[in-house]
Design a protein around this ligand. Structure first.
Ligand SMILES: [Zn+2]
Length: 163
């Protein structure tokens, strides 16, 4: 009996002020940019959306429940490490990932120059070949908070299989 489950995730982080000197981390990769995203952890908005999609597909709630931002243990946390923990929870329940599609929403930075590095970094964490992890981006035509460059958003969809 093969079972499939779909899950979706969405996340937003605002940009920190340039003088705060935060790194910009997307899909576990350091991305050269004049500002980083603000947040309790490394603020990797794409991996946060991806983890929420995985937890959602498995019926395991969301990352706020698993890694509360009130817990000092997750201050500055590497989201790739948190993703590995989510994958462990899924594996315990017999789930594996079939494919994932992650979309960054914002004007800058552009994903194109970093896409292959992002896939190479995250696909092994998901147990996927790189072709099964899609990384894409869209702008909001300069509209809204992403259009004004106040922050970045990300969406993710995953498919899980068991059996
Ligand atoms: Zn987040």
């Amino acid at each position: 009996m093969i079972a499939f489950r779909v899950g979706q995730g969405f996340d937003v982080h605002r940009f920190s002020a340039p003088e705060e000197g935060r790194r910009l981390v997307l899909m576990g990769c350091d991305i050269p940019h004049d500002r980083g995203l603000a947040g309790h952890s490394d603020a990797d908005v794409m991996l946060h959306a991806l983890m929420d999609a995985l937890l959602g597909a498995a019926g395991l709630g969301d990352i706020g429940q698993h890694f509360p931002d009130t817990d000092p243990a997750y201050r500055g946390a590497d989201s790739a490490v948190l993703l590995a923990r989510v994958m462990g929870d899924l594996a315990e329940r017999g789930w594996r990932v079939v494919n994932a599609d992650v979309c960054l929403i914002g004007e800058r930075p552009k994903v194109g120059p970093h896409r292959e590095r992002m896939r190479q970094r995250v696909a092994p964490l998901l147990g996927l070949p790189e072709e099964a992890l899609n990384v894409k981006a869209t702008t909001t035509e300069k509209l809204g908070f992403t259009g004004r460059g106040e922050g970045l958003a990300a969406q993710a969809v995953v498919l899980l299989q068991r059996g």
